[in-house]
Each structure stands twice: as structure tokens, then as C-alpha cells.
Design a binder for this molecule. Structure first.
Ligand SMILES: [Ca+2]
Length: 348
């Protein structure tokens, strides 16, 4: 009896783990490392670099490397530590540099410590290396910490011309990779910050769904009520697919009451992320006509898409699907009367 219930609990736990690992995974961040965290020694590298190879996180759909962490200490004197640099790079298996940063020696403590080096985010799909070139000298430099004896050699030493070899002493460099499964929004705009006076909108601030289009876009009508100027358009959405590598763009239009273009702005998908959030598109000092429309054309493709949020609190607002000059047939499974595109404008 006891055995049965234990087995049942285990089975339930397995199901729970599977559900957690499923497609709609939440935001996660990890630090990948092989070292034990306690330095057993330091090594000075003159014309060579220290390299550690990392693999993408298996359970994640996508792995982004966003920073490296290096345990190091500065020694010696004879040069200005603000004008000497170590080079921290991320490279692919062929040694091609994917991201890089020069870090002044002055950022490295004389006492040994972890140095966090933030890097331009890199999507890693195969073994990827973090490479640290200290450019040290005997009398002045930065030396790198290492730990214990390693059973699996992922620490290497060398340079691009001579090649990299596993470290002869079989230790692990104290070099770590900071990874995440999604790119976080840089700025969070709360719906309450874009509500009230000077903001026109039909949505209630929470998305009940998302939709995207390869042609045409979300069209929202606004009654002017005496405002003269448009400052910003805010939209709530997210991006998915191969947007990070392909660097697609989309367009936001200001249209007059006859759907003629007054102005338009093009933006990169990168102003959104895989986590839905509000982002703003600047229309600096744009004179407004009477009533107007905002059109957001996501220009999605099979390999990537920009999904725009919609709210279904309803209320017969002027929300449409269309393009410059025309309304198009409503493509959503949800009734048009119930949809409010999450598109807001700041006016004055
Ligand atoms: Ca809602």
C-alpha cells in the first residue's frame, strides 16, 4: 500500500516536472561554471588567453549568453591600471568573435574577487567559448584564478595563431558564463504610467491574447478631443521566432480620418522582447489632424513574428484590421466588437 502511494507521488512529480519544462517556460537565469568557487592558485598569462567552453542549457528552448564572470586579481605596478585592459570575448567553435569587451585593469581588485563583465547578448546554439586575454606582463598585470584538478577538461589556454590546448595542469579556470532563456525588457512601463490625462486608449491594461499579421496590421481609431500634438505611441506586445538573428523591423503609422499617411516610423523588433511589455515609439512633436488612426504593421514572417496584445473587455471601440488607405476583413477568431488593441497614444 505504502509502495503504491509512493509510486503514485513519484509519477505525479514527474508530470509536474514535465509541465514545468514545457514550451511556455518562464524567465530563468543561470551561471554556468565548472570551478569549485575556491581558488587553489593564480596564473599569469602573457601572450596567451584563458578559455572555457560552455554548452547551451539543454532544458531551454533558447540560451542567451549575456555576461562573463572572472575570478582575478591585479598585481604589480609600473603602468596606469585605468589605461591597461584585459579583453573578454565570446567566440564560436571556429574562434569567430561573437561579443567582446575591453575591461580596464582598474576594475580588477588587488584582493582576488569576481569581476562581472556584461557583454552584448549572444544566442548560443552550440559549444561557445569565453576567452580572457589579460595581456599581462611579469611586473604588472591581471592574473586569473583556477580551482582543483578537473576530470572533464573544459579549460584551455592559447591564442588564435598557435591554437588552444587543454591546460597542462588539468585545472579549471574560474571563468563563468551568465546565461538566460529570454531577453528581459530593458525598461518596464506599467499601464498606470500611460493612463489618465494626455493618454488616449481603449484597452484596460491587461492582454487577453496576442495576434500578428504578415501584411496589414492593427488599426485603432482615436477621437481627437482638441489635442494638437502626438508625442508617443505605446504598444504592448512580444516577439518570437528567429527575431534575434534576423533583426527584422516593423512600422507604426499615424493616419488621418481617411486612412491617409501623415507620418510613420520604423523600429527594430528589439524594442520588444519575448516577455510581453509596453514599449514606446516616438513621434516627436507630430501635429495632429482631427480624429486619427494609429496603424501597427508587425511585418511578421514565418520565421519570426511580432505579436500585439489585445484586450477583450469590450465596448464597441474603433478597432480594426487594415492597412494604409483601407480596412481589411477582420482575421481574428475573436469578434471585432470585443477586441481593443493594446495601442495607446500620448497627446497634448
Ligand atoms: Ca484585459
Amino acid at each position: 500500500m505504502r509502495k503504491t502511494s509512493l509510486a503514485l507521488i513519484c509519477a505525479l512529480m514527474a508530470v509536474a516536472v514535465c509541465a514545468a519544462a514545457g514550451g511556455d517556460e518562464g524567465y530563468q537565469e543561470r551561471v554556468l561554471s565548472y570551478d569549485t568557487g575556491v581558488a587553489t592558485g593564480f596564473k599569469q598569462l602573457y601572450a596567451e588567453a584563458a578559455r572555457v567552453d560552455f554548452a547551451p542549457v539543454k532544458e531551454w528552448e533558447v540560451t542567451y549568453l549575456t555576461a562573463a564572470s572572472v575570478y582575478a586579481r591585479r598585481y604589480g605596478s609600473g603602468a596606469d591600471p585605468a589605461k591597461s585592459y584585459l579583453n573578454v570575448a565570446v567566440t564560436d567553435a571556429e574562434g569567430k568573435v561573437l561579443a567582446q569587451k575591453l575591461v580596464p585593469y582598474s576594475k580588477v581588485s588587488v584582493e582576488a574577487d569576481w569581476l562581472l563583465v556584461e557583454l552584448p547578448a549572444v544566442k548560443i546554439t552550440e559549444a561557445t567559448s569565453v576567452v580572457v586575454y589579460p595581456y599581462a606582463r611579469q611586473d604588472f598585470g591581471v592574473e586569473l584564478g583556477y580551482t582543483g584538478e578537473s576530470k572533464r577538461q573544459r579549460s584551455l589556454q592559447g591564442n588564435p595563431s598557435a591554437g588552444f590546448q587543454p591546460v597542462a595542469e588539468k585545472f579549471d579556470w574560474m571563468i563563468r558564463a551568465v546565461v538566460r532563456n529570454k531577453l528581459e525588457p530593458l525598461v518596464f512601463i506599467d499601464a498606470s504610467e500611460i493612463s489618465g490625462i494626455n493618454y488616449l486608449y481603449h484597452d484596460d491594461g491587461t492582454a487577453e491574447g496576442f495576434f500578428t499579421f504578415q501584411r496589414g496590421g492593427a488599426l485603432v481609431g482615436f477621437k481627437n478631443m482638441g489635442y494638437k500634438t502626438l508625442d508617443d505611441v505605446f504598444l504592448y506586445g512580444r516577439v518570437e521566432g528567429d527575431w534575434f538573428a534576423s533583426k527584422p523591423t516593423f512600422r507604426v503609422f499615424l493616419l488621418d480620418h481617411d486612412l491617409r499617411v501623415i507620418s510613420s516610423v520604423q523600429r527594430d523588433y528589439t524594442i520588444l522582447t519575448e516577455i510581453p511589455h509596453w514599449t514606446n515609439v516616438d513621434f516627436p512633436d507630430q501635429a495632429l489632424p482631427g480624429d486619427f488612426y494609429i496603424l501597427v504593421e508587425p511585418v511578421s514572417r514565418p520565421e519570426y513574428s511580432l505579436l500585439l496584445g489585445f484586450d477583450t473587455s469590450g465596448g464597441k471601440n474603433p478597432n480594426y484590421y487594415g492597412t494604409v488607405g483601407s480596412f481589411l476583413e477582420w482575421p481574428l477568431p475573436v469578434l471585432r466588437e470585443n477586441v481593443n488593441w493594446m495601442v495607446r497614444v500620448k497627446v497634448r
